[in-house]
Write a protein that binds this ligand. Sequence first.
Ligand code: SF4
Length: 327
Amino acid sequence: MSVLSLHRFFFGVRYIYIMKLETKNTGIRDGRPQQKGQLLEQRIEQAHAMLASCHLCPRCCGVNRLKNEIGVCGVGRHAQVASFGPHMGEESCLVGRHGSGAVFFAGCNLRCAFCQNWDIAHRTHVSQEVSADALAKIFLSIHHLGCHNLNLVTPTHVLPQILEALPVVLEGGFDLPIVWNCGGYESVAALELLDGIVDIYMPDIKFFDKELARRYLNAPDYPDICMEAFKEMHRQVGDLIVENSMAKSGMLVRHLAMPNAGDDAAKIMSFLKSLSVNTAVNVMNQYHPCHEAVGDAQIGTVSHGNDLQRAREAAVRNGLRRVDQWE
Ligand code: SF4
């Protein structure tokens, strides 16, 4: 299938802003494709083994996804793609002039009650099941469109499927930074399979209060899991490195300021500082009640300016130097 026909195919699935661009050198070309290729063979085998009794993520559902059994994430043997293309709404150091090459995977291992993309996460929106070959073509199309990076959105539950697609992609000359844009509820064993493959980790950090994590993420262990996962991500890639205004490698953390979350943001920022005072943090203010959060007594309201202000002040008070700035 040609790049253009792939585009036409998925364009009807879900609209995101797609620009028609010529193939061009975007300036970020240090994806170490050869080294990545050498790492992949063994990693794919290990990732497959995790699917057989699925413990790819901390939910540890134990279903046999090789036989298409379904766990909490809602996805079986093959990845499901909801949309892909240049995304102009990400952080400026990912977007640049030509966009971040976003691939939105359907399903999710976290399924937050307030998910801002719940139709994709809960698979109520149309998505397309893709083989490894079809996924490889999508990744190559991102490269050919001139995007600055490959931005894998909600990839945790389809890690093996992503790895399966990569050898063909790397042989095809793909050398963009790979961005792991995840919810922060990751298994360290699974993350280890990405060491040397992923260039930029971009995890959300949601709650450090176990009761909030239980109520809204159905994951009271989220804070503990998240801390171990973040340490592993940071061990692999370190602080964010930006060259010519574009992210090249490292970690960029997102925190969505939530209404009525008390001092949770302060605990989160204190932890991020323990990773490094140079941890890049994007404190986001676009929270609005979606899905099960509509009508909720605590989070059934939009996030106000003071929620954002409180989170930013906590970051600064903790000595974080890169709050909402990437250079
Ligand atoms: S990836 Fe999906 S099936 Fe596997 S453990 Fe996580 S939620 Fe369960």
